[in-house]
Every structure is written in C-alpha cells, then in structure tokens.
Design a protein around this ligand. Structure first.
Ligand code: PLP
Length: 351
C-alpha cells in the first residue's frame, strides 16, 4: 500500500520493494537459535566482513544491538559516556539504566560530535566512590543532532583516548553506510578498532526488520547469550535476513540519491530566511532546522505539513527533523519543499 503522504518522518518508513519481498519469499531457512539458518549466517558473515570485524549476530532492532552491547561490555554500577542527544541516552527507554544498571555521562556537543578532551574529562578517577567508566559510544552518523558525519581522525581519536583509559568502545552505526556514501570512506575503516559496531537494516537500507551487531568472536559469543536472555533469539529468521542481503546488494548505491534529495530540500528551504538549519547544511539524509521568528512552532508546523500531505518530525527544542529515504523521489523532495515553504510562510504571516 502506498503511504498517503510524502513521508519524511524517518528513513524507517520505507516499505519493502517487490524485489525484496521476492527475495524474502525464496529464502532458505532453518533454526537461527541453533545457528542453523543459512541465510541468517550468511547475512552475519556479510556484515562482519563489511565492518572488518570477526563475527556478527542478527538482532530484531538497533535498540537491541545497543542494549546487548552495553550489557556485554559493562557491569551494573558502571558508567558509559555518550553524546547528550544520542539514541542510547534519550530514545531507548533508559534501557542502559533499567536493564544493564549502567549510569550515563552525556556529553554536550554541537552535532553529536564530541572531542578527545571531553572524553578524558568525563572518565572518572578509579576511586571507591566513583562509578567505573567502562564504555564509550558514538553514533556514525549522528541522528537527532542532525545527520552529521564524524571525521575519521576525530572518531579514531576519541576511541584511542577511551582505550588508553581502559574503556571499551561501541560504535552505533545505525546509519554507518550513509557516512560511507557521503565520504567514500569504507565502513570497515570507520569500524576498525571498535570493540563492537552495528548497522541497521530497517533505516536507509529499506528492510522491514533487523540489524546486525558485530565484534570479536568472543564478544559475539557473549552478546548471543544476552540476545537469548532478552528473548531476541529467533527461528526461521532467514526470511528477514534475506531482506538484509538483498538490501546490501541493491540499496546501498541509492543512499547517495537520498543525500542528493536532502541537499535539494536544503537548497530550496535555505533560500527562505524563515528556516534556520543546524547543522548549517546536511551531510547525509537528515536535515534539522528551526525557525526565525521563533514564534513559528515546530509541533504546529509538523501538523500543518501533515494536513498538506507531508510528514516531518518535531524532535523537541522547536526543531524539525526531515529524513530522506528509498521511498522519496526527487519529485517528492521538490513537492515537499514547496509545501514546507508555503506552510512556514503562512505561519510567519500570522505570527
Ligand atoms: C534508529 C537508531 C537506533 C535504534 O534502531 P532501531 O532499529 O530503530 O531499534 C539506534 N541508534 C541510532 C543512531 C538510530 O538512528
């Protein structure tokens, strides 16, 4: 069924294509829980190779990748360090606290990209009274802070600083392939030296379900036990893994089109002085903006756009997030831009 609007709410809103559905229907399957599903095994191996890591485990969601990685790398009473707008901190129902017993030290940063000194300052002294800093996480690309790409040297520098102090490092690569599409730097280069890393299949890659968490063989063995405990072990998951394999073959190149569409929307909207972009321009498939005058309310803007046939997301702080993906054409981007412009202009007149 076609959605009844141009859906820029998230790149999770894609529908499986006919080719993907056919691949799913034909998947060879077995029992994932006993390592007997050939398609799932193939997907895990493919993603581990892509990330240059030893092994992988298929997960129902990216949220479970993060949670399982936290559970595997830490003990209750530990503290993890991440950005203040990261998915782990604000959008996972406090799973780190509720299920891993881990507190979070959230670093302020402009676009989800913090620096080495912040990491060093955040690491607690080894005393009886302080929580133990044991894990650093970073998002590549950043999500709610606007789709920014960590420059490789800075990503390596925060990783090295954390390792030097004995912390483990976990790369939330929900949109890692978007970073690669934007910079040409291989996913394996970004993931090199991280103790765990994952990619989401259900975002820009267009799958209905799934993510793959990778790391060393020892890490994956322990992660598997947490996945099982949490009820994440599956049976004939090859049906879902087949979508992932299909996407890795057919949907990676098109991430560049998504980025071009984000640029096209940015060019149209930034020509109008009602929009304030932050970051100043998009690097990937995510745009984030607020308004000038501030009296234009983001929630109301999203409602008005929705009634005109465009769905965008108000993400707090009077910001709007717009996300392009597989189901957004160049024409959709143009139409959506026109609608967003006219809604903002109408709201400014009444402000
Ligand atoms: C979407 C997202 C997640 C969670 O992935 P789900 O598959 O939606 O559970 C985690 N981290 C980042 C950066 C994300 O964008």
């Amino acid at each position: 069924m076609k959605p009844d609007c141009i859906d820029l709410y998230s790149d999770t809103q894609t529908r499986p294509t006919p080719g993907m559905r056919a691949a799913m229907a034909q998947a060879v399957v077995g029992d994932e829980q006993s390592d007997d599903d050939p398609t799932t095994l193939q997907l895990c191996e493919t993603v581990a190779d892509l990330l240059g890591l030893e092994a992988g485990v298929f997960m129902p969601s990216g949220t479970m990748c993060n949670l399982v990685a936290i559970l595997t790398h830490t003990r209750p009473g530990d503290e993890l360090i991440c950005d203040h707008q990261s998915h782990i901190y604000g959008t996972e129902a406090a799973g780190a606290a509720a299920l891993a017993g881990v507190s979070i030290c959230a670093l302020p940063s402009p676009h989800g990209i913090f620096d080495v000194q912040q990491v060093i300052d955040a690491i607690r002294p080894a005393t009886r009274t302080a929580p133990r800093s044991t894990l650093l996480t970073a998002e590549q690309t950043t999500n709610f802070s606007g789709g920014a790409v960590w420059p490789l040297p800075q990503l390596q520098a925060v990783r090295d600083a954390a390792h030097l102090h004995g912390l483990k490092c976990h790369l939330d690569g929900a949109r890692l392939l978007n970073a690669t599409a934007a910079t040409g730097i291989a996913a394996a280069e970004y993931a090199a030296g991280w103790d765990s890393a994952w990619i989401d299949l259900s975002k820009g890659l267009g799958c209905p379900v799934g993510a793959v968490l990778c790391g060393s063989a020892d890490f994956v063995r322990d992660a598997w036990q947490w996945k099982y405990r949490l009820g994440g072990a599956m049976r004939q998951s090859g049906i879902l893994a087949a979508a992932g394999l299909y996407a890795l073959e057919h949907h990676v190149e098109q991430l560049k089109d998504d980025h071009a569409h984000a640029q096209a929307i940015w060019r149209r909207l930034s020509a109008c002085d009602l929009f304030r972009f932050d970051p100043a321009r998009p690097s990937t498939n995510i745009l984030r903006f607020t308004f000038d005058p501030e009296s234009i309310n983001a929630e109301r803007f999203a409602e008005r756009c929705r009634s005109e046939g465009v769905r965008v997301r108000a993400i707090g702080g009077n910001f709007i997030r717009v996300t392009t993906h597989l189901d957004v054409t160049a024409q959709d981007a143009e139409t959506a831009s026109q609608i967003m412009l006219s809604v903002a202009r109408a709201m400014a007149m009444r402000a």
